[in-house]
Design a protein around this ligand. Structure first.
Ligand SMILES: Cc1cc2nc3c(=O)[nH]c(=O)nc-3n(C[C@H](O)[C@H](O)[C@H](O)COP(=O)(O)OP(=O)(O)OC[C@H]3O[C@@H](n4cnc5c(N)ncnc54)[C@H](O)[C@@H]3O)c2cc1C
Length: 438
């Protein structure tokens, strides 16, 4: 079998890339190891930039039909006895975008919608239950896990989108150095009270609970535990787990009890790595195969989608202009690497802010977030940087305002919001001027 682009891995990154290529007339083949939906929780929060990408891919309406819109994030700080100390609200609606909100959607539903949209194009080929076993030159060797049938797929470009364990990355001879954290997360979905419609992060000096409403009156939750604690915790009756949640958020009483055993509760082990190069000859890596991020800021899935958008546009232009030199692939890391580095950094900072059980840290965090809510520059920077729409880095002055060493600024300070967005030229710089591609 021959194809223009072979994608190893039909996760969110691989599918977004495939849809973009198929829509632009490139022949694309995806091999996905799993035969059907995965029972494992993965990213479910779509940030505004990803929503803009889905709008371009003409799949946003379907996503909105199956998603839950989130316009703000409520950050509550409690004392050690779970009494509320303060609450701050950060708004996506301040962002300069046609989609100034986030959307929660079940991960497998999102993949299904993208696959369905891509299926409208005859040049999209999806091989489910098919594992990419190895790559030699321009050829990928794949095997259907049920029939055990092996086949060869020849292609001009091969993209590794296999997530954390990547055959393509191995083929490129790249190893990753994972950084781990002092904490893990328990994550589980259950029915939610009607009042819980926005994102909520509740913390005190020894606990952290994140609540993100899903459609169908459900909520995805993440609860921070010290690394290694899960084994011990699982020996307790499930009512211990219920009580941890109810302590932090009494409104969950009567809802969290729908979790009747430890079985559906998944352990999430945060990691961080970022490889030095995303491309090698005709090979490229995207999403978790290239970088993985602490989940605190909800960026992992969005980074995979944003990688796919840039790489997809680049490959589409290369085929359209018949400029197939592998040198052109370098535009992909040129655009994405520094953005990813910054997103890894802000996710890491958020992780640090919530992962140490000290009252001083709680106090600094509570005050800092309160000032972030009130200061228009800090507020806007925070939401812009997590949204993926742009990067406006924090300065020493910002940090001093946050710490209360300098006064809050006035509203006019962010009048130039649109200018802080990435432009089309910054997203796809090879389009600027003629003959840029070789
Ligand atoms: C348990 C867990 C919870 C998470 N929760 C969050 C969250 O709350 N928020 C957030 O933003 N991010 C979260 N993430 C991260 C987020 O889901 C990922 O960043 C995102 O899914 C990355 O997309 P991807 O397409 O690069 O990789 P993946 O989603 O991992 O997809 C890779 C796909 O490739 C397939 N594959 C692998 N090897 C092969 C092969 N050799 N041949 C064929 N197919 C192959 C796999 O079956 C899989 O379907 C979580 C991740 C995990 C693991």
């Amino acid at each position: 079998m021959k194809t223009d682009v072979f994608i190893s891995g039909g996760g969110i990154g691989g599918l977004c890339l495939a849809l973009k290529l198929a829509k632009n007339g490139v022949d694309v083949t995806v091999a996905e190891r799993l035969p059907g939906p995965s029972p494992i929780y993965k990213g479910e929060l779509l940030q505004p930039k990803s929503l803009e990408i889905f709008s371009d891919l003409q799949v946003l309406n379907q996503i909105m039909d199956h998603g839950h819109k989130i316009e703000n994030l409520q950050l509550q700080e409690l004392n050690s006895q779970y009494k509320r100390l303060n609450e701050s609200i950060l708004y996506y609606t301040h962002l300069p975008s046609d989609t100034p909100y986030a959307v929660m959607i079940h991960h497998e539903k999102l993949k299904e919608l993208i696959r369905k949209r891509a299926g409208n194009f005859p040049n999209f080929h999806y091989l489910k239950g098919t594992v990419c076993e190895r790559i030699e030159g321009q050829t990928a060797y794949v095997k259907n896990r049920e029939t055990k049938k092996e086949s060869m797929i020849e292609s001009t470009f091969i993209i590794g989108a296999e997530g954390r364990t990547s055959v393509t990355r191995d083929r490129m001879g790249i190893t990753v150095e994972e950084e781990t954290y002092n904490h893990h997360f328990l994550t589980v979905t259950f029915p939610r009270p009607d009042s819980l419609t926005e994102g909520k992060i509740i913390s005190n000096d020894h606990a952290f609970l994140g609540l993100f409403p899903l459609p169908d009156n459900q909520v995805r939750s993440v609860y921070l535990i010290p690394a290694g604690e899960f084994k011990k915790l699982r020996k307790e009756p499930i009512s211990t787990f219920h009580q941890l949640y109810i302590n932090m958020c009494p409104e969950l009483d009567g809802y969290v009890q729908h979790i009747e055993s430890w079985k559906p509760i998944q352990l999430m082990v945060p990691q961080r790595y970022h490889i030095d190069t995303y491309t090698q000859n005709h090979l490229a890596l995207l999403g978790d195969a290239a970088h993985t991020v602490h989940p605190m800021a909800g960026e992992g899935m969005n980074m995979a989608i944003q990688d796919a958008d840039v790489l997809g546009e680049l490959l589409s232009d290369m085929f359209k202009q018949e400029r197939l030199s592998t040198v052109n692939l370098e535009w992909f890391p040129k655009v994405r690497r520094s953005r990813v580095t910054y997103q890894l950094f802000i996710s890491h900072l958020s992780a640090l802010a919530y992962s140490y059980p000290y009252k001083t840290i709680r106090w600094l965090r509570g005050n800092g977030v309160k000032r972030m809510e009130k200061d228009p520059i800090l507020h806007f920077k925070q939401m812009l940087n997590v949204s993926g729409l742009g990067v406006w880095k924090e300065t020493i002055v910002d940090r001093m305002v946050m710490a209360g060493l300098l006064p809050l600024r006035d509203e006019n300070a962010t009048s130039n919001k649109r200018e802080k967005r990435f432009t089309r030229e910054e997203d796809y710089p090879w389009k600027v001027g003629r003959g840029t591609l070789q």
